[in-house]
Design a protein. Structure first.
Length: 149
């Protein structure tokens, strides 16, 4: 059976579909990354403002063990919701039969759980839409040596 990398190259030679745009981060979310809420005394406030970008950065530390690209740049992360310390992540895997699926999902949950202000994490593996190599970001394509088109 060909390796996943060989299958990616084979799939990539088919007519490419433009990749989905990276998730937009609101200006107020960016500000909370650089300047966490502070009390007047200068100490961190009890309620830490958690942003989508912080969650995506944590997820960029998770890798599919078979591919040297993080799960965000592979296009495996479909959605992130952050509401009052609860983080819900919808992600997929490269194939339904991926033996490392449980490991990847638990690693994603651990990375997000380590962020300040996170009280609860839910990582759900979904199959709709099915993952395709067209979902790989330009940075991921570059790392894999695939055409950027």
């Amino acid at each position: 059976m060909p390796s996943l990398f060989q299958r990616l190259k084979t799939w990539w030679t088919k007519a490419p579909v433009p990749p989905a745009p990276a998730p937009a981060v609101a200006q107020e979310d960016r500000a909370s990354v650089d300047h966490p809420q502070r009390e007047e005394s200068g100490r961190s406030a009890g309620a830490y403002a958690l942003s989508h970008e912080q969650v995506y950065e944590a997820l960029r530390q998770c890798y599919d063990p078979e591919i040297p690209v993080n799960i965000v740049d592979l296009g495996l992360v479909y959605d992130v919701q952050v509401v009052e310390g609860r983080v819900d992540v919808k992600m997929s895997l490269t194939t339904r039969g991926c033996g490392m699926g449980g490991y990847i999902a638990s690693e994603a949950a651990e990375r997000v759980r380590a962020l300040p202000g996170v009280r609860e994490v839910n990582v759900e593996v979904v199959w709709d839409p099915p993952w395709t190599p067209d979902m790989i970001s330009p940075a991921g394509r570059k790392m894999l040596g695939l055409p950027l088109s």
